[in-house]
Write a protein of this length. Sequence first.
Length: 298
Amino acid sequence: MAKRRLPSLNALVAFEAAARLGRMTLAADELAVTHGAVSRHVRHLEDVLGIRLFEGPKNALRLTEAGRTLLSHLTSSLDSIEAGVRAVADEEEGALDVSCTGTFSMRWLIPRLYRFQEEHQGIEVRLSASYAPIDFARERYEVAIRLADHTLPPDAPVTPLFAESVGPVLSPTLAARLDLKRPQDLERAPLLHTITRRYAWEDWAARAADWQAPDLPGTEYEHFYYMLEAATGGLGACIAPWQLVIDDIRAQRLVAPFGFAPSGMDYVAVRRPRRNRKAEVFCTWLAQEARKTPEPVS
């Protein structure tokens, strides 16, 4: 194999930071070195390559064409190196990437996350939203929180959180106006649907209400969170998981006239199939918070 011919890695990192941030002083701050050190690294890199990477006055430097080309390669390469290092590192502190659905994040996780941060101030939880099946081979997150409605990655440690229970919810004002006595009365209510669970009404009616509901028309929302907000605003009734509307029901923004029934699915936290102390700590905390979550109203 041919020997690699690369300039100083420090010089490459210094140039990438200066080019990406647009100023050498900002690069110095990011790298925790002096402005002079960054300048020396960039000049050394230019000497080694035999080209100019920056041009213009010192207070308004701009990238040359060669500089722009080098930057495009360096940024993606350094991102890949960082991801590789993080993929094998087992640190007690630092960033922890967590993936979960947007609605679960906003309605259950974020309102409780401050307790984790108080206990583990050295761990920075970075949330990303996704409804896709867990794929540790292609994604960078360490922990994924999902409704277990798909095959989970083999050998990945799974932390059960809670069984999902669902039921119809709507605003107190709309519920009073409809005078709901039995599930079938919902046929005269404006119904709300979401793309991610198109058959939620039919599934709930058959499973929990012994009601073979016909095709139930209504307004469809692209995101589950929008649908819940519409229900809170009195625009209609929707099928929602108990765990995502606890706070709304307690605050009397929503009511559940027919309670909640198990959907047959569970919320789980899944972490990469390798040791990661931050992920283990976070999943342990998730399980503790899940045990604190009240049982649904039946």
